[in-house]
Design a protein around this ligand. Structure first.
Ligand SMILES: [Zn+2]
Length: 275
């Protein structure tokens, strides 16, 4: 278990627990929730006290789990909606029933839609005293950077490096095609990747944004000028935002195919003029 803490607090009020395996992050969240209400107050639940026993049985009144709702046909909805977060915000200011604090587990928090994330942000910015929020996520990149910055991130499981590597490779290939100003190559690359799923597309956009940021501040070499890099950075940011509001992945790669080279073209024109 590695912790990439953004606030460094051992007893923080919000955590993102991420793992490619949703069961694993949920188990970790439940363990942390039990430890938070445990009478012994240790890092791990004692498993013996009445709070731990209730937590284990899933009946602790101060451990509240929020997950995607099901529709009338019993099918789970695609998103956690803003009403659910509003409910949570109202509940979080009510004093706990039995324990010293209330714990909220937001299962698959990365399925919160944008209004829900904005509502969650308000809550995380001004958390009610003692409340603890545990967000599980297969892909934290789908959460707003502002939401992530309010939480300590805990990564569970060992497959991220591989997934990271994959998205970095994708980002590298994309930027090479852009820097070469080779429209045909970029089109082919985009067409070849429009079958990616949402999580991989989000991870790719994240990696590409990071790479462009590294190029902008000179940590990585680039053939693109500053203006082109800024335009690319904005384009990638827009694509990430669109992905979060469920714009289709084909559309996103279509936009990247059409708009990415505009910056490179500008650069060529600038060079032409200067000749
Ligand atoms: Zn206990």
């Amino acid at each position: 278990m590695s912790e990439r803490s953004t606030n460094g607090a051992q007893r923080g009020h919000a955590y993102i627990l991420s793992s490619p395996d949703p069961e694993e992050s949920l188990r970790a969240a439940r363990r942390m929730a039990a430890a938070a209400v445990c009478l012994r107050g240790g890092k791990e639940p004692c498993g013996q006290c009445r709070h731990c026993r209730k937590a284990q049985a899933g009946i602790h009144p101060d451990i509240i789990t929020l997950r995607r709702l099901t529709d009338d046909k019993g099918k789970q909805k695609r998103e956690i909606g803003v009403d659910q977060i509003r409910w949570l915000s109202a509940d979080a200011v009510v004093l706990p029933n039995e324990a010293e604090r209330k714990v909220y587990i937001l299962e698959e928090a990365d399925t919160m839609n944008l209004p829900a994330q904005n509502a969650a942000l308000k809550l995380l910015e001004e958390p009610p005293a003692g409340a603890l929020f545990l967000l599980t996520a297969a892909n934290p990149a789908l959460l707003l950077p502002t939401v992530r910055s309010r939480c300590a991130e805990v990564y569970l499981g060992g497959e991220r490096s591989e997934a990271d590597e994959e998205s970095r490779e994708l980002a590298g290939a994309y930027l090479k095609a852009v820097a070469a100003g080779d429209r045909a190559r970029l089109y082919a690359w985009c067409a070849g990747n429009e079958g990616l799923d949402q999580a991989h597309t989000a991870a790719f956009l994240d990696s590409a944004s990071e790479l462009v940021a590294d190029m902008l501040c000179g940590r990585k070499p680039s053939r693109l000028d500053r203006k082109s890099l800024l335009a690319l950075s904005a384009l990638l940011g827009r694509c990430s935002a669109w992905l979060r509001v469920n714009v289709g992945i084909k559309h996103i790669f279509g936009l990247l195919a059409v708009d990415s080279i505009a910056g490179a073209e500008t650069e060529e024109k600038t060079i032409d003029r200067s000749r």
